[in-house]
Structure formats: C-alpha cells, structure tokens
Write a protein that binds this ligand. Sequence first.
Ligand code: RB5
Length: 147
Amino acid sequence: MSKVVVANDHGAVELTARIVDFLKSQGYDVNYLGIAENKSVDYPDMAKLACDEFKKGGYEFGILCCGTGIGISISANKIKGIRCALPQNCFAAQMAKEHNDANFIAFGGRIDYKDDVIDMIKAYIGTQASQDERHARRRAKMMALEK
Ligand code: RB5
C-alpha cells in the first residue's frame, strides 16, 4: 500500500479532511500529522513535521495545506530534498509531477480554485515524472541550488 504523509495548519482544516478521506478511498495509507480542529498552529512547524517524516522513507509523496498553501510550501522548500509544488489547477498539478517530480504538493484552504483540489491531486497522482534528459537535468540543477 502506498504511503502518504499529510499535514495542515488551522487555515485548511476542512480541505485537509476532504483530502485525507479521498486518499483513504483510493487505498492510500495516510499518515495524518495535521490539526483536525481550529486550533492555531504555525505552518513552518507543520511543514517540518511532515517533511521530516517523509524523509524517513517509504512515502510516495506528501500533501501540505495552510490558508493559502504559500507559507507551508515555502517552509517545505527550505528543507533539504523537498520539492513542494503549489499548483493552481490540474495542468500545473500534472506538470508538478511530469517536469518537477515534486515530492510534495500544497494547497490553500482559503483559496477559491478553478479546478477542484481533488481533481488536482488525481492529476498529480496519475502522472509519471518525465525521464527526458532535459527535465532530469533541470531537476538536478534545481536540487544543486540547495548546496
Ligand atoms: C494562518 O492564518 C495563515 O497565515 C496560513 O494558513 C497561511 O495562509 C500562510 O501562508
């Protein structure tokens, strides 16, 4: 069974609950580390919790949510080895996997998306990372920026 780690802050409690339910309905083993009630927490702490867990290994990908998805994705991208995308729509979600091989995707619970977040997750899950040389080269350059 594929494992996914999920975390959120208070800005995305309902959205994250929907995401967790969807992932479980698809047979994913979900390690939910977020907050399920409207208790204020700091999104960098939630990003670190989920990314540190992901880096232990065995996870297919991770999902992070905050009010906008911005703070939690910026935080995740400060952590070595994490490529967290913040897709705006299904096309971007597909490209996040195909071109960037994002290992995390982030969403905003207070954002009015044109495409449903669940459809964006389906687009991401249903796409393979391109092994094309130019995409592999760009990913390697992206990760070299960590050094
Ligand atoms: C918390 O109020 C809010 O700032 C957070 O959820 C997120 O939107 C930050 O980027």
